[in-house]
Design a protein around this ligand. Structure first.
Ligand code: 3Y8
Ligand code: NAP
Length: 248
């Protein structure tokens, strides 16, 4: 079977891999979920939209003669990772996850770990504060349960429907972000507390450094459970894995 990669993308690491794979002339297709209006363009043939669950992905793998699957999705894109894990088992196609380490607290960090979005809402009980909600659009509705706060919502696209939060400001921005920009954002909006995911990687960690510099507390959502599969930490290691892993 000839080599043809499916790269499940949507992260800084996935984009770095796309560049390497294109430069190496390896046959590959890059995949986005279609979550944002204009995803970053890639130097590979790109498909946008879901596959239709694990079965739909298995069918796509078979019909497209995919020889290797790289799960380069975000650590919170757990459903996609589990679907890929099951589809690759069903199709007997090798799969590797391109991951990035979770962030670890350092001196000066005031982190409170919670296990999920509901835990973050519960952690916001109490008097009204000014909250930087850096979770993207999908998790905003959960915070209706803590509507006493003023939320600064950093989103990729303008929401079609205004968030159902009585006090909120939308800031449109697409990462990767830098510390100077996040410091300015937190100062300009007089932020009291930051809520974010333990995404890891470099594209979203600036807000942690800014919060540390401003001595602000951070409510950090821990990662969901992900499938136990082969993993690597760099795009170069993925290219090496493909070369060493025979297409079945
Ligand atoms: C559609 C594709 C690249 C990839 C860039 C990374 C870095 C910048 C930081 C904050 C946190 C957040 C969010 C974030 C970051 C990178 C990376 C990353 C966080 C794009 C992209 C897609 C998405 C989807 C989007 C989610 C949202 C999450 C915003 C492209 C820009 C909060 C995650 O409006 C929506 O519905 C947005 C949805 C999933 C989380 C959510 O639950 O709402 N990402 N982000 C992908 C697809 O369609 O398949 O245009 O690049 C990618 C990137 N976003 O190549 O440089 O690698 O993590 N993305 C989080 O980490 O908490 C922003 O504001 O500080
Ligand atoms: P998710 O909850 O794990 O997946 C939900 C469904 O979206 C999947 O079952 C699949 O639909 C579809 N999907 C997800 N990623 C896809 C991809 N790369 N290509 C094709 N279909 C995909 O995913 P999510 O958390 O919404 O993330 C969606 C995208 O945004 C991913 O590319 C992810 O890497 C990126 N992203 C997410 C976050 C985050 O915080 N969650 C942060 C940064 C980037 P079907 O079941 O129909 O196949």
């Amino acid at each position: 079977m000839t080599t043809k990669l499916l790269i499940l993308g949507g992260t800084t690491e996935a984009s770095a891999l796309a560049g390497l794979v294109a430069a190496a002339g390896v046959d590959a297709v890059f995949s986005y979920a279609g979550r944002v209006a204009a995803p970053k363009s890639q130097p590979l043939p790109t498909r946008v939209g879901g596959f239709g669950g694990a079965d739909g992905l298995a069918q796509y793998i078979g019909e497209s003669n995919i020889s290797h699957v790289v799960d380069a999705t975000h650590p919170f894109a757990a459903q996609m990772s589990w679907n890929a894990y099951h589809a690759c088992k069903a199709e007997d196609v090798p799969m590797i996850a391109l991951t990035r380490p979770a962030w670890c607290a350092q001196a000066g960090d005031r982190w409170r770990h919670v296990s999920d979005v509901d835990g973050a809402v519960a952690a916001l009980a109490g008097r009204a504060k000014r909250v930087l909600l850096a979770l993207g659009k999908q998790n905003v509705p959960a915070f209706v349960g803590a509507s006493q706060h003023h939320y600064v919502l950093r989103l990729v696209d303008q929401p079609e429907v205004a968030p159902d939060l009585p006090h909120h400001t939308v800031v449109l921005a697409r990462g990767p972000f830098d510390v100077a920009g996040d410091l300015a954002l937190m100062r300009d909006h007089a932020i009291d507390v930051v809520v974010c995911k333990n995404s890891g990687g470099s594209g979203a960690e600036a807000k942690l450094a800014a919060a540390r510099a401003l001595d602000l507390p951070v409510i950090l959502i821990d990662r969901p459970d992900l499938p136990q599969c082969d993993t690597c930490a760099t795009a170069e290691a993925v290219v090496e894995w493909v070369a060493q892993t025979r297409a079945t």
